[in-house]
Write a protein that binds this ligand. Structure first.
Ligand code: SF4
Length: 390
């Protein structure tokens, strides 16, 4: 049985191709983003804080920062990637340090609740599906209240909607409701450490169940997925699978090439030829359009439908193009009613095949319905090239 996790589900939602490369092809990635690296070091320091508190040892903020700096040095490696321009490792290191100091100052003497576990694994098994996760810190208060703490070191604050859509901790809440018999309330605390801010939310049993059901549906979608298309977004800058991704493989391959090798690389040569011809054709297209307009104006002015040249003769055909209110046009309903009233509907009605094809390509039609439509679908692939400035 495959064990799913929130990050597996999110990876699929973010980009099915990334999901495939990471979890199905199990592609190694030695690249680590500095944000994730810094986040891990901060998590370790806060884990130490609460693990030691269980044994009545209270570290000072300086002790934790020392621990953090030490772990930073021990774990640092040269493949750690910094995407944001103009920043250096020291900027991130100091940010992490500030996160720890601010957290310490805000929560000392740490008696608000009792820590049960830190970085603890949870496992939910329902309907033949298994989901796992790690809770940064699980604690409890009197009266059967359990609290899931989650540390974030991201450089942006979530909106209310972001928090209400956050699936991860609600999924974990389901496991807490199942695992602790006295639990009748689960509280989620998101600690946005870079902003020294926390957000709290109480999850009901019903809500945790609903989120689980939605996650189970997503698992079904993943398991029935066959093509795993890439979904380029701005998050691609941070993707550790760019070198294997169909969208970024070539740019990554030529990125570090010396200029003389780059200029001779086969893909670069082919694209340069294509782009030069494309530029020429576009210039010609403009010339052609201008010549056409001049010729039509001449024919119109002299009432001619045909013009003779040295080797060719031009015949000018004039067709009237009709258009009718489209789907988004508020007049469309009245227009259709009139067509029906005129008795033309039966004769003209047809399936909007363009809308149907769009829905199938956008995966807006469930797999089982596509299966029924399949005998009527002919598939062909069209390939288009668009050029963008690098
Ligand atoms: S680079 Fe972007 S499109 Fe490619 S696998 Fe990663 S997230 Fe997907």
């Amino acid at each position: 049985m495959v064990t799913y996790s929130h990050s597996r589900l999110s990876t699929f939602e973010q980009c099915p191709l990334k999901f495939k490369l990471k979890y199905l092809d199990c592609l190694e990635s030695d690249q680590e983003g500095i944000e994730a690296f810094m986040g891990s070091r901060v998590h370790e320091a806060l884990q130490k804080l609460y693990d030691d508190l269980k044994f009545m040892k209270r570290n000072s903020a300086d002790d934790l920062v020392l621990f953090y700096n030490d772990s930073w040095e021990k774990n640092w490696h040269d493949d750690i990637k910094i995407v944001r321009k103009g920043l250096i490792p020291e900027n991130y290191k100091e940010t992490g340090e500030r996160c720890i100091r601010d957290y310490y100052a805000a929560y000392q003497p740490f008696g608000e609740d009792t820590t049960i576990a830190t970085e603890t694994r949870i496992l939910i098994k329902v309907d033949g599906k298994e989901m796992q996760g790690y809770i940064d810190r699980l604690s409890t208060r009197d009266g059967g209240v359990y609290i899931i703490h989650d540390y974030k070191t991201s450089a942006s604050l979530p909106t209310n909607d972001d928090l209400l859509e956050d699936r991860q901790l609600r999924l974990y809440a389901k496991s807490i409701f199942c695992d602790y018999s006295d639990c009748h309330s689960v509280e989620i605390v998101w600690h946005y450490l870079s902003f020294n801010k926390e957000f709290r939310y109480s999850v009901t049993k019903e809500e945790a169940e609903k989120v689980w059901q939605e996650a189970a549906l997503l698992v079904e979608e993943i398991e029935s997925c066959r093509d795993f298309p890439g979904k380029p977004t701005r998050l691609c800058d941070w993707c550790e699978y760019r070198a294997a991704c169909t969208h970024f493989k070539h740019p990554e391959m030529v990125r570090e090439m010396p200029p003389e090798v780059f200029r001779k690389e086969e893909g670069v040569v082919l694209l340069n030829i294509y782009s030069a011809i494309d530029a020429e054709c576009k210039a010609k297209e403009e010339e052609l359009q201008a010549a056409k307009e001049r010729l039509l104006a001449y024919a119109r002015q002299h009432g001619m439908a045909s013009v003779a040249g040295s080797d060719v003769r031009a015949v000018i055909y004039t067709n009237q193009r009709l258009s009718f209110p489209k789907r988004e046009d508020p007049r469309q309903k009245a227009f259709i009613d009139l067509v029906k009233k005129l008795g033309l509907w039966e004769e003209l009605e047809s399936v909007d095949v363009y809308a149907l094809a769009r829905k199938i390509n956008n995966k807006e039609i469930p797999g089982e319905l596509i299966h029924l439509l399949d005998p009527f679908i002919s598939r062909s692939v069209t390939e288009t090239i668009r050029l963008y400035k690098r």
